[in-house]
Design a protein around this ligand. Structure first.
Ligand code: ZN
Length: 127
């Protein structure tokens, strides 16, 4: 991959990372405020727990994304950035521009998603 492409991806990844961190911090503050506003009675206790759970899940997704960004930055450093982690082919430039932290090319991503759906589908655990 050309050097200026790499630099562009690097810049994008850093920006994306900062955005995600800011979002995560904002969500945490929001959650803290929601919970700090107090629980008027026992019935609302469950609701607060739900909010906490939801924000936790949301936070996990963001954290996962930040992790992917860090991995992509590592790959830029070691020179493997832009290659699919599954088949080793070069990932489309357009795909990288849209998703600079992607690990896979479009076709591998499709296969992996299909596999995940099959794994999550009914009948799992009976085999
Ligand atoms: Zn691939």
């Amino acid at each position: 991959m050309r050097r200026e492409r790499l630099e562009m991806s690097k810049k994008k990844l850093h920006t994306l990372r900062e955005d995600l961190l800011a979002e995560l911090r904002a969500k945490n503050a929001e959650a803290a405020a929601m919970i700090d506003e107090g629980v008027p009675d026992i019935a609302d206790q469950g609701l607060t727990e739900n909010i906490k759970g939801f924000l936790h899940l949301l936070g996990d997704a963001k954290r996962e994304e930040i992790l992917e960004i860090d991995e992509a930055l590592d790959r830029i450093r070691d020179g493997s950035y832009g290659s699919c982690l599954r088949c080793g082919d070069e990932i489309d430039i357009e795909r990288l521009q849209l998703l600079p932290h992607t690990r896979y090319c479009v076709s591998c991503k499709g296969i992996l998603e299909k596999e995940a759906r099959i794994k999550a589908g009914p009948g799992v655990g009976t085999l």
